[in-house]
Design a binder for this molecule. Sequence first.
Ligand code: MG
Length: 476
Amino acid sequence: MNGCVQTAILGLLIAAPFLGLETAAAEKPNVVIIFCDDLGYGDLACFGHPTIATPNLDRMAREGQKWTNFYAAAPVCTPSRAALMTGRLPIRNGMCSATRRVLFPDSAGGLPKEEVTIADALRAAGYATACVGKWHLGHLPEYLPTEQGFDSYFGIPYSNDMDRVAESPKGRAAFLHPRPEYWNVPLVRGKEIIERPANQHMLTRRYTEEAVNFIKACREKPFFLYLAHSMPHVPLFASEDFNGKSLRGLFGDVIEEIDWSVGEVLGALGDLGLAEKTLVLFTSDNGPWLIFDQHGGSAGLLREGKGSTWEGGMREPTIFWWPGRIPPGVVRELGATLDMLPTCAKLCKAPLPDDLVLDGYDISPALLGTGPSPRKEMFFYRDTQLYAVRRGPFKAHFTTRSAYGADKAETHDPPLLYQLEHDPSEKCDVAAKHPEIVAELRQLAKSHQKTVVPVRSQLDEKLIDIRQDLSKRRQE
Ligand code: MG
């Protein structure tokens, strides 16, 4: 049964005694989060790319708000996605690890059930919820989106470069001339695998069709759509209509297809008369994967990329759109994906968990133009370790390390200090000039760390270890 229809029936049963509240429910906005994978700060025309054409995103930015200081909560996929969904730093719920950076097909863990996702919160407020695209918060049945607040799921449960087949060309060669059969990734509907290997050329198009169909099916009631593109994470694939069309090679083709997809979603909302009832966010999970040369994106003027706690790893090209509700413009205040749960809860009149430490803020005043963003600081974790903190324009790096190099972590005492408004590329260390700011940021890091209670990592557990352990126990 279609997830939306299912929820509608459930909703009717639950809401029967409260039909008088229908008018209040009608004021609740729909929410669409379009989440890219490994998109860099400099990869959109409206964020300065000189050759990639993104007319739909440019229009979205013109009509909506372009945020220039908006962060993902981690520089790699799994922890970043966990933070978006829960409003909590991954260190609080075990969605990071000192040894494995993300979940893999041999992982046994996933987002713990006691976490409250945006989908959980909005479903409790009567929303239909759909997850389309990459999940990467646990691929075992008990961790899939339909167990985490979503009525339906269609997509790839982890990264599109996993499940590499042994016969594929060795090393980088498979990525430079990618073919779908080199990666045996499953395409899942609900909990069933419906295609394997997924035809990755068609992913962006199929995700888009699924998203638009969901919007059409839910036009009469509030909905939450999480559309998480698998691209532009390598291996890169575009459909025939986009292959070879952009001036920026295959990477540009992929971005231009995502831009087309944004146009389809916004177009569907407009056609159905839902534009003024729908908040749309476009952003990404982490920065560009620079080690893949021309197959990776660009962080523009920001330093480094995916995997690092320099700005290029976590600051994302971000656009909010809600015609008639949010005043168009450029917002230079701080925001983060962590803020989406509290913000959605406020705007959608949904309950927030009261027994969990939240790291997100309700940024609706900044969105609606009624006040400043309450976010004044940002914590930059690499895996389980706090590497850097930002407050206002200043960012202190206590530890640095190249994103994927063989170098070891380097600690800095005093920390490196950058004034990001003057120096977004993090080139000029001004620690010696501002000892009082260094002291303040040290204190900020210390008091934050006091709030962190160690928990078991979900990323450390492997299926193979569990199986070996079971067979050992059977033999004993
Ligand atoms: Mg990613």
